[in-house]
Design a protein around this ligand. Structure first.
Ligand code: AHM
Ligand code: MG
Length: 341
């Protein structure tokens, strides 16, 4: 039998220790993060059984993005709605799967957080057993009380108080940041605990790989085509020579691999998707906070994702994210070209 070890840190203990770094922080925030971790354990359990139970296949509902919603998306959304903010810390929950936010009220005025999430990102990959994930963003409300406002919801990523994701892969991992490092936890299914496995993750400064759906090539601008061609041919500068290509088609999985090994993920605008595909509030902004806290960078191609002020809940945005040097290089190419340099 293995010896019990004092080095085992579960996510609840870790979140508490982070709370102590913020004098004045109440247990509300800690409780909220714990609720998210708890919800994701339930989702993980269901995802791992997806091939066994008759839960796959599309329903006839269509979400706000015009996509067919799969049953596991619905299930994951319901789990998040049920458990996140159940202690009264949340005034608004918004999700990829819902046209409009859900409002919540607390009697004691503790409802100071807004949680925006994609309950099951990459869900079109479920049938193929490809890694998928849950992404979450936490903001603090700006209005003082009552029903939260649009201003509360549409905050730039720079104002996030926490962000994270859970990847349902060969193992389930939770990665989160509150602005004091990026920390990864692996779910031990035998005890049902997320255990600290990747403390203080730092992403490599330079890319070893690029990740983009090259099937969209014909719809890209000449600038994007040139950038991607440069990655292949080694014309992208001495630090960017000889990049390998890796693309799963599941943001959480592509992002997670690049975070650990270095790489640049791109979802640019194209003719058929002039604003790109990914959503600012619950895909790009939380990943930007994570990557910046790990030493990387995220850009629209022209400015930091974290500085973009959202105009609507389901807003899409072009995304270039990953190793700092590589994303900055792409931003420089696009900015110079737009100025005719
Ligand atoms: P989803 O939130 O509806 O699952 O869509 C987002 C997914 C991302 O996980 C992934 O990066 C992207 O769509 C892949 O798109 P494409 O198939 O066009 O490459
Ligand atoms: Mg999704």
């Amino acid at each position: 039998m293995p010896n019990p070890t004092s080095k085992l840190i579960n996510v609840e203990t870790h979140i508490l220790s982070q709370q102590m770094l913020h004098p004045g922080a109440s247990g509300d925030f800690t409780g909220l993060l714990n609720d998210i971790a708890f919800s994701c354990k339930i989702i993980a359990k269901e995802v791992s059984r997806a091939g066994l139970v008759d839960i796959l296949g599309a329903t006839d509902q269509v979400n706000i993005q015009g996509e067919t919603v799969q049953k596991l998306d619905d299930y994951s959304n319901d789990v998040m709605l049920k458990f996140v903010g159940r202690r009264g810390q949340v005034c608004m929950l918004a999700s990829e799967e819902m046209d409009d936010p859900v409002y919540m009220t607390s009697k004691n005025g503790s409802d100071k957080y807004i949680v925006v999430f994609d309950p099951l990102d990459g869900s079109s990959n479920i049938d193929a057993n490809v890694s998928i994930g849950t992404i979450f963003s936490i903001y603090q409300r700006i209005s003082r009380k009552g029903k939260p406002t649009e201003e509360d919801l549409l905050q730039p990523g720079r104002d996030l108080v926490a962000a994270g994701y859970v990847i349902y892969g060969s193992s389930t991992m939770l990665v989160y940041t509150t602005g004091a490092g990026v920390h990864g936890f692996t779910l031990d299914p035998t005890i049902g605990e997320f255990l600290l496995s990747h403390p203080d993750i730092k992403t490599p400064f330079d890319s070893g790989t690029y990740s983009v759906n090259e099937g969209r090539y014909n719809g890209w601008s000449p600038e994007i085509k040139e950038i991607v061609n440069s990655f292949k041919t080694g014309r992208a500068g001495k630090d960017l020579k000889g990049l390998g290509a890796r693309y799963i088609g599941s943001l959480v999985a592509d992002f997670h691999r690049n975070l650990l090994y270095g790489g640049i993920f791109m979802y640019p605008a194209s003719e058929s998707a002039p604003d790109g595909k990914l959503r600012l509030l619950y895909e790009a902004a939380p990943m930007a906070m994570i990557v910046e806290n790990a030493g990387g960078y995220a850009s629209t191609g022209y400015m930091p994702i974290s500085d973009v002020i959202p105009e609507k809940l389901h807003q899409r945005i072009p995304l270039f994210i990953g190793s700092r040097n590589s994303v900055l290089w792409v931003e420089k190419q696009l900015t110079e070209k737009s100025k005719g340099i």
